[in-house]
Design a protein around this ligand. Sequence first.
Ligand SMILES: Nc1ncnc2c1ncn2[C@@H]1O[C@H](COP(=O)(O)OP(=O)(O)OP(=O)(O)O)[C@@H](O)[C@H]1O
Ligand SMILES: [Mg+2]
Length: 267
Amino acid sequence: MTAILSLSNVGKSYGNVHALRDVSLSVRQGEVTCVLGDNGAGKSTLIKIVSGLHPHSAGEVSLDGSPVSFGSPRDAQAAGIATVYQDLALAPLMSVWRNFFLGNELRSGLLRMLDIASMKRICAAELSKMGIVIPDLERPVASLSGGQRQCVAIARAIYFGARVIILDEPTAALGVKQSGLVLRYVVKARDAGLGVIFITHNPHHAYLVGNHFVILKLGRVVLDAHRDSLTLDRLAAEMAGGEELAELSHELRGVDAGKVVPPASPS
Ligand SMILES: Nc1ncnc2c1ncn2[C@@H]1O[C@H](COP(=O)(O)OP(=O)(O)OP(=O)(O)O)[C@@H](O)[C@H]1O
Ligand SMILES: [Mg+2]
């Protein structure tokens, strides 16, 4: 199957800092592509290029096989690329339905008044289609849980015709139950035929939903593997950085990890 979105030898420098070097990867329709990497690996830089925030300095980004260069996030959105940022996904003080239609409000009549009734009806229908239960759509988004917020943002991207959805560490700040909720919607986005880019530090979350795994390290791709050729153990080991862990264990040898330090006696 041809890729919806592909990067070929993409590089990005910020002055002397090479945030990305020679990065190639493909995002296919109906698949979850997980991008993993430690702090500073280049994950956010990759998202910024694909979502039109920053231009790349080298290589090529292609959409449906044709090279593209997005001048702004609006360009990327118009091409069907939706980005769900961890904190900026939604406007916290606005209601759920307002957020759902933010920037795409429905208007009707000669005066082009907001068509509130239709927006509420569609928002309710779309959320329930995805199995998202939010009893009161007038509630401000700030009162939803982090997981629910991510799910509303995913449902919105699907409704407005995204073909590729990028989720930037959607489970990073969430507990086990909430993460499960978000991972379920990652799968729903995949099943709706989108190409999903799932950015995470967590190999366990990635392996639960991923078809394809890319690990970045210091701006380079160090692993690019399909699920068939990768076990969770190997993915976790690659992420843990086997050598670095061995070095750390060497350094910490003799610290007596089980030691309990008694409180200092008053003098
Ligand atoms: N605007 C910028 N100017 C200069 N250097 C930058 C800029 N943005 C990122 N970098 C550098 O590029 C490298 C990759 O950063 P990036 O934020 O993409 O990493 P990341 O994988 O998202 O890390 P994290 O897990 O901490 O979010 C880092 O060395 C970072 O310091
Ligand atoms: Mg980042």
